[in-house]
Design a protein around this ligand. Structure first.
Ligand SMILES: Nc1ncnc2c1ncn2[C@@H]1O[C@H](COP(=O)(O)OP(=O)(O)OP(=O)(O)O)[C@@H](O)[C@H]1O
Ligand SMILES: O=P(O)(O)OC[C@H]1O[C@H](OP(=O)(O)OP(=O)(O)O)[C@H](O)[C@@H]1O
Ligand SMILES: [Mg+2]
Length: 297
């Protein structure tokens, strides 16, 4: 078997809004990648994985035709390329990754009396996402033209290229700075893991399965907390029912106090201050909530 049949190829963005999250995720999976400013390729030390560093737009097509086995991409770019037929890929990604969250919004100049999608009828919408925009317009029963721009879309109304735009919004600062206001959120995006529709060799599939397990572990441990407290023996049932997303907790006797126990549990959902206040009300004391670094079922 040649090494190309056994080394999994992962493609991620070299630099930009997805790159930091992608590198951080791989680091949390225990994978070290040495990458310099000019490096477009890196070998992972801990697992048989080669990482290719490219512009995000190229990732769906690389994965679709099998040049890369897996990739990390914004759902917006993935769906756009799927809808316009630029990359033939399954509708559902392998996994949602929870970072690089943003939305696609229709925005119009401040002061326009936008009164709903019908305002857009017959107008021109400047966007880098004609596929997603046209799909939304179709759903709304509106006919409008999309004018494709690859960047600086916010300039379009001022240049009289379009009456509206459809672009990525996160904080809204860019729209505001360009005298525009968001009027519709038509799409929500986050980073996703995608996998080639081409069958992987058994060796690559095994590496992929191991990587996926680690990513799941990272995802779970992000929210999960280890919670410890002392509590009245009589309140064990009520307290365990209150712990968010926890399996059977560990109950330990406390030396010298028959009426109390220590309760330790992994909570798989967020532990809010309110939960702690409610635990206290049931008699719990010395409550500690700790971050979990890694998890594996
Ligand atoms: N302001 C933002 N906040 C959060 N996520 C964002 C934001 N802008 C973009 N994203 C997400 O990150 C992805 C990449 O954005 P970025 O601006 O790095 O792309 P780019 O300029 O096309 O980069 P490249 O040079 O790789 O082509 C977007 O497709 C989107 O999913
Ligand atoms: O709502 P905001 O928080 O202002 O973010 C939105 C902006 O962020 C992205 O661009 P980016 O800053 O990545 O620059 P780019 O145009 O070079 O991609 C996007 O294209 C918007 O212009
Ligand atoms: Mg790009």
């Amino acid at each position: 078997m040649s090494s190309s049949d056994s080394i999994l190829r992962l493609t991620i963005q070299k630099k930009g809004r997805l790159a930091d999250g992608s590198f951080e995720l791989l680091k949390r999976c225990g994978l070290t990648i040495s990458h310099g400013k000019d490096k477009l390729y890196a070998r992972v030390e801990e697992m048989p994985i080669d990482v290719l560093l490219v512009r995000d737009d190229d990732i769906p097509a690389f994965v679709a035709d099998g040049a890369s086995d897996i990739g990390i991409i914004g759902q917006n770019v993935y769906d756009e390329q799927r809808l316009t037929g630029d990359a033939v890929l399954p509708e559902e990604p392998e996994m949602r990754l929870g970072f690089s969250g943003c939305r696609l919004c229709i925005a119009v100049p401040k002061g326009e009396s936008y009164d709903g999608p019908q305002w857009l009828e017959g107008k021109r919408i400047a966007t880098s996402y004609p596929g997603i925009t046209q799909a939304w317009l179709k759903e709304q029963g509106i006919s409008a033209r999309t004018v494709v721009m690859n960047g600086a879309v916010e300039i379009a109304p001022r240049m009289n290229i379009g009456e509206a735009i459809c672009d990525i919004v996160s904080t809204g600062a860019t729209l505001d700075a360009n005298g525009l206001m968001p009027v519709e959120t038509i799409y929500r995006s986050e980073a996703i893991l995608i996998k080639s529709p081409h069958k992987l060799s058994d060796a690559k599939q095994a590496v992929f399965d191991a990587l996926l397990k680690r990513i799941h572990g990272v995802q779970e441990s992000r929210e999960a907390k280890y919670i410890m407290m002392n509590a009245p023996r009589s309140a064990i049932e009520e307290i365990t029912a209150m712990l968010p997303g926890s399996d059977a907790p560990t109950i330990l006797n406390l030396a010298g106090d028959e009426s109390k126990v220590a309760i330790h549990a992994v909570c798989r959902e967020s532990v809010f201050w309110e939960t702690l206040e409610n635990l206290k009300r049931l008699g719990a004391s010395a409550i500690l909530v700790l971050n979990i670094e890694k998890m594996m079922a």
